[in-house]
Design a protein around this ligand. Structure first.
Ligand code: ADP
Length: 493
């Protein structure tokens, strides 16, 4: 095969990465570059779109050079990206009119509060599957339109373009030929109706956003365009695009209804495949599009835990209890139980299923016998309890019993945590050999389009288990722990 590789671009919140995959779905080379974070005011987070683009190009070029291959031996290019982050640019010059406002940015909290007070929550949830929150793109787009002087005038002339990061990359990769996004990224803007798969005119009116700035929307696995000669010096088909969590769900091959993955990174990102139907959550989970393949749309329920692995960072940097994140495992194992200690890591509030932005962190149950090992153990256990709460909410919303959990992300390397997760869930936890599920998912979407892989069956057997954790603690014991956790977490509200 002379076109033996897929190039996957993974544009994350702190770094841009490029990975080359072979036909077996093995990563052959990786390049990564961190880029600058801007915090101009408290709770504001911005990126420079030009740096996002240049860092992404730099790693793409680097990874191709590392492999010692020609760009033309790449069968297709896939893109996955940080979701919700917005860029507005001038179509004539290709230059952004403001920095990218990042998903973490809370500057539009007031606006969101006024929308909630005005009673829009349930209509917005019904159309978009989302809770009203600054997290999503709509209020950020409106902020730029209102605050940047020339924005509305440019929009009136049809010269303004909006995009999430995938659109921004596609625009640049095609040298401005394509203004395009995929359904998963669109579904995070709060402007897209996930039932009809169209931009929603009523929401555009509500947010005062002109339709002319929006990209065309397509599926996750289709020929979007080709890289231009000015970019990768070859015409590579751009053939698969998806938001990061959706790409990870696909990379984990959670392709059947009821399958769930949890990514244990800074936060924990849980997603459940709910099949061909939108499930409206009764537990403040988000309903979202998992992917669209051909005419077939698959939906998902999503719940994000704000502080996951970050609690381990705090043990390391804040408390200086450990030197490396991985040291938390041996420290937690050095005691036989939590000693009655519960750690609610609500440093930045609590995410799903609680949505309590004003909650604050606490350690509860300190006694004279408490040691640093108990604190480390309670911290790791808190990651599992929070994930448990989201999974139970998913089960209640779907009436589907989750019988195993697929895991990835940095903290999934922690065997104590994975075992404890299996114990509290009383279900098996499966850690795959390949933890690069996000970029792999994008590679799969791209490869399917160009016939690099024929169909899902062709790739499903590439998912291989590295380690499976089975419940080892009796249900009565863990039920007692979970009951205590729920009593304590309420105190943090
Ligand atoms: P992100 O993509 O959000 O930056 P990663 O998937 O790279 O996150 O995971 C990094 C997070 O995982 C950090 O918060 C770190 O504290 C935590 N982490 C990494 N290794 C371990 C470990 N062995 N045990 C517990 N936590 C870990």
């Amino acid at each position: 095969m002379n076109k033996a590789y897929i190039l996957s671009l993974d544009q994350g919140t702190t770094s841009s990465r490029a990975i080359i995959y072979d036909h077996e779905g093995k990563a052959q080379a990786i390049a990564q570059k961190e880029y600058q974070q801007f915090f101009p005011k408290p709770a504001w987070v911005e990126h420079d779109p030009m740096e996002i683009w240049s860092s992404q190009m730099a790693v793409a070029t680097e990874v191709i050079a590392k492999m010692g291959i020609k760009a033309k031996s790449i069968a297709a290019l896939g893109i996955t990206n940080q979701r919700e982050t917005v860029v507005l640019w001038n179509r004539k010059t290709g230059k952004p009119i403001y920095k990218a406002i990042v998903w973490q940015d809370r500057r539009t909290a007031h606006h969101c509060k006024s929308l909630m007070d005005a009673g829009y929550a349930s209509a917005i949830k019904q159309k978009t599957g989302l809770e009203i929150d600054p997290y999503f793109s709509a209020t950020k787009i409106k902020w730029i339109l209102d605050e940047v002087k020339e924005a509305r005038a440019l929009a009136n002339k049809g010269h303004l373009a909006f995009g999430t990061i995938d659109s921004w990359l596609v625009w640049n990769l095609t040298s401005g030929k394509k203004h395009w996004t995929d359904v998963t990224n669109a579904s995070r803007t709060m402007l897209f109706n996930i039932n009809t798969l169209e931009w929603d005119d009523e929401l555009l009116d509500l947010f005062d956003i002109p339709k002319s700035i929006l990209p065309e929307v397509g599926s996750n696995s289709e020929l979007v365009g080709h890289t231009s000669n000015q970019t990768l010096k070859a015409s590579i088909p751009i053939a698969g695009v998806a938001g990061d969590q959706q790409a990870a769900l696909f990379g984990q091959m959670c392709v059947e209804k009821g399958m769930v993955k949890n990514t244990y990174g800074t936060g924990c990102f849980l997603m459940m495949n709910t099949g061909g139907k939108v499930v409206q959550s009764q537990h403040k989970l988000l309903s979202t599009i998992a992917w669209q393949l051909g005419e077939k749309t698959t939906y998902a329920l999503e719940g994000s835990v704000f502080t996951g692995g970050a609690v381990v960072q705090w043990l390391r940097d804040g408390l200086q209890l450990i030197k490396h994140a991985s040291d938390s495992e041996a420290l937690a194992r050095s005691v036989s139980d939590n000693g009655g200690l519960y750690f609610i890591p609500a440093f930045t509030g609590l995410g799903a299923p609680h949505w309590k932005p004003e909650a604050r962190a606490m350690i509860y149950g300190l006694s004279r016998g408490t040691t640093h090992a108990h604190i480390a153990r309670a911290a790791l256990e808190s990651i599992a309890y929070q994930s448990y709460d989201v999974i139970k909410a998913m089960e209640q919303d779907t009436h589907v019993r989750i019988d195993h959990l697929k895991v990835d992300g940095g903290a999934s390397a922690n065997n104590f945590l994975m075992q404890f997760q299996s114990d509290v869930l009383q279900e098996n936890v499966q850690r795959p050999a390949i933890l690069e599920t996000t970029s792999l998912g994008a590679a799969y979407f791209a490869g399917l389009t160009v016939g690099f892989w024929n169909d899902i069956h062709d790739i499903a057997n590439q998912w291989t288990l590295e380690k499976e954790f089975k419940p080892e603690t009796k249900k009565q014991v863990t039920e007692h722990l979970i009951k205590n956790w729920h009593q304590v977490i309420k105190k943090a509200f």
